[in-house]
Design a protein around this ligand. Structure first.
Ligand SMILES: Nc1ncnc2c1ncn2[C@@H]1O[C@H](COP(=O)(O)OP(=O)(O)O)[C@@H](O)[C@H]1O
Ligand SMILES: [Mg+2]
Length: 262
């Protein structure tokens, strides 16, 4: 069953067409990687799905229910949670207070609430920092906290926007384990991530955006081998001259090297 259906979705900012005629659906329980060069429209797509921004054209259905006119807080209550590429947390609160607030907004109270906060802090490896002010966190910890807050909403669908940026290789392996654990719990995920190692490890399927268009959709190993995907990342001249020596790992290397700023 499709948990999410996106139909003919488009977004203009002034005269700029940032997303054009995007259609896809997500099957329940699956993990889909969303990749594409900087500026492709990935964050905009997540913003539209989560209700942080309104589509110019098209429709979005979550469990067959139209989302494209609902405010983001109603969408969150229906079981759709997201993280932001630019971290949004309450910096004057401790980690524990941040996670508690998220669980509180969906109606959890008392012992059940505290136990859930403990579980989420442990799951995201933040338990030893529970009393730290969120303002004092490193960027990777801020991202973990966002994930804990998103999970506190008990989502059925989780949209992750570069939640692993800035992690070192050991932390990255742990993050991959964590996402695989979430998938085992049945949480459907749409994961924006630049690191191809992560995408290849966790995705059942990969969709590729380029200049606001969906240019590929398929199995991870198929998609990274497609010439239109390699051209989107590397430019057509490079691909033509290097076609013979291109490999999947080569694409991964370019992605990592080219996106250090985010
Ligand atoms: N609020 C906005 N106003 C105007 N242009 C925007 C806005 N948000 C994003 N854009 C533009 O939309 C395009 C896609 O951005 P974005 O969705 O952030 O890409 P990605 O996440 O794939 O890097 C970019 O050209 C960006 O400058
Ligand atoms: Mg982005």
């Amino acid at each position: 069953m499709a948990i999410l259906e996106v139909k003919g979705l488009g977004k203009d900012f002034g005269g700029l067409r940032v997303l054009d005629d995007i259609s896809f659906s997500l099957a329940e329980g699956t993990v889909t990687g969303l990749i594409g060069p900087n500026g492709a429209g990935k964050s905009t797509l997540v913003n539209l799905i989560a209700g942080s921004d309104r589509p110019t054209r098209g429709e979005i259905y979550f469990f067959s229910r139209p989302l494209h006119k609902l405010p983001s807080w109603r969408i969150a209550r229906l079981g759709l949670a997201r993280t932001f590429q630019i971290t949004r947390i309450f910096k004057d609160l401790t980690l524990r207070e941040n996670v508690r607030l998220a669980a509180w907004t969906i109606g959890m109270r008392g012992q059940k609430l505290e136990a859930e906060v403990d579980r989420l802090l442990a799951l995201t490896e933040l338990a030893d920092k529970a009393a730290v002010l969120s303002n004092d966190l490193t960027l990777p910890d801020q991202k973990r906290l966002q994930l804990a807050r998103a999970l506190a909403l008990q989502p059925k669908l989780l949209l992750l926007d570069e939640v692993m940026a800035g992690l070192n290789p050991v932390e990255l392996d742990k993050a991959i384990l964590l996402l695989n654990r979430l998938r085992q719990q049945g949480i459907t995920m749409l994961v924006i991530e630049h690191l191809m190692r992560v995408i290849m490890n966790i995705s059942d399927r990969v969709i590729v955006l380029h200049q606001g268009q969906l240019i590929a959709d398929g199995q991870p190993s198929e998609v990274v081998g497609l010439s239109q995907v390699q051209e989107a990342y590397l430019g057509s001249r490079y691909v033509k001259s290097k076609a013979a020596e291109m490999e999947v790992s080569g694409l991964g290397g370019m992605l990592n090297a080219g996106n250090q700023e985010s």
